[in-house]
Design a protein around this ligand. Structure first.
Ligand code: SAM
Ligand code: SF4
Length: 332
């Protein structure tokens, strides 16, 4: 599947739930967001039908996300069903890792290939504050369990925020020196419901990179089909450092993805409010051809780039409404 701008779209990100067991300060308000009605959440068989149609159109990689995907019951069933779809080559999961200790083995046996674990501090107390109650020891156990289960390469996602955790950037970067883990630094994005983003808290990728380069030069590496992330490595290091910068460097020209929200909306771009209601079509009895048509339509309306504007324009606008849907409902 190619879009109007010749980008190959072969990656589907599926949010399996909007609910989460944490309340990260940059993602959700303290009391969470009003959950989507249970009946509005796609059932597994509906997700499988959409993924099968996407695979017929050329999707090869699937990522499961949320909310927190591990709080949805029977996730291994979904993974093993997706694994059976012809054409799907890679299934990965983005998780906060708190429940991975219990589930890593079963997920790997079901056919999961890899995990990305979001962890924004390696200090217990601070981790608890950022997540509003999460336990770092559970995440560290999750990381270990994932590696023991062969879910590799293990990727750690960190969102650096000024005044909160920027003094840990080097600690995270050092992880890549003696382990094969990937550490990816994500620019904090203005997500609506968290009401958190402010220009003063925001750290650009260039600043993060300058800080990291005090440890050594970063050598660019080519990771096959890496989408909108850029990857580097310290000389002689085993692991990889990645940067995902939605605001300062628009990597939209490399965007290879389509998103499916937990309530069944196809979302061509994280930052555009355009959504196509595939759930209603399925529940109205749409045949496979119609499901494929809606997928093709969402590729056809995929914008060339996002409309967030430059960081300077963001600084002067009312940022909390930039991404209207809560990040926990889109899947990040
Ligand atoms: N609960 C899972 C987790 O935390 O990994 C999956 C869903 S979460 C919405 C997916 C990713 O989005 C996480 O890596 C998280 O750090 C990131 N994210 C959420 N809100 C963000 C924001 N405002 N700016 C940048 N990244 C954000
Ligand atoms: Fe939950 Fe992930 Fe959002 Fe944190 S970032 S509140 S773990 S969905």
């Amino acid at each position: 599947m190619r879009d109007r701008f010749s980008r190959m779209i072969d990656y589907l990100r599926i949010s399996v739930t909007d609910k989460c067991n944490l309340r990260c300060i940059y993602c959700m308000p303290a009391d969470g967001v009003l959950p989507v009605r249970h009946t509005d959440i796609l059932r597994y068989e509906e997700i499988i039908r959409i993924a099968s149609a996407a695979a017929r159109l050329g999707v090869r990689k699937i990522r499961l996300t949320g909310g927190e995907p591990l709080i949805r019951r029977n996730l291994p069933f979904l993974i093993s069903s997706l694994r059976k779809i012809e054409g799907i080559e890679d299934i990965s999961l983005t998780t906060n890792g708190t429940l991975l200790g219990q589930h890593a083995k079963t997920l790997a046996s079901a056919g999961l290939n890899r995990v990305n674990i979001s962890v924004d501090s390696l200090r217990s107390r601070r981790y608890g504050e950022i997540t509003r109650g999460g336990r770092l020891d559970a995440v560290l156990m999750g990381i270990q369990a994932a590696e023991e289960a062969g879910l590799s390469p293990l990727k750690i996602n960190m969102v650096p925020v000024r005044g909160i955790n920027e003094d840990e950037i080097l600690d995270f970067a050092r992880i890549t020196i003696d382990t094969e883990r990937h550490v990816r630094f994500i620019e904090c994005m203005p997500a609506g419901s968290a009401n958190f983003w402010e220009p003063e808290k925001y750290i650009t990728t260039d600043e993060i990179r300058n800080t990291i380069e005090t440890l050594g030069t970063l050598l660019p590496i080519k990771v096959r089909k890496n989408g909108p992330s850029k990857y580097f490595r310290f000389h002689g290091a085993s692991g990889v450092i990645g940067f995902i910068s939605a605001l300062t460097h628009h990597y939209c020209e490399d965007c290879n993805r389509l998103r499916l929200t937990a309530d069944g909306m196809l979302r061509p771009c994280l930052f555009s409010e355009t959504e196509i209601d595939i759930r209603s079509a399925i529940r109205a009895g749409a045949p496979d051809k119609e499901i494929e048509r809606l997928l093709e339509l969402s590729i056809a309306v995929k914008p060339q780039g996002h409309m967030l504007g430059s960081i300077s324009s963001l600084s002067s606008c009312v940022s909390p409404h930039v991404v209207k849907r809560p990040m926990s409902r889109i899947g990040g």
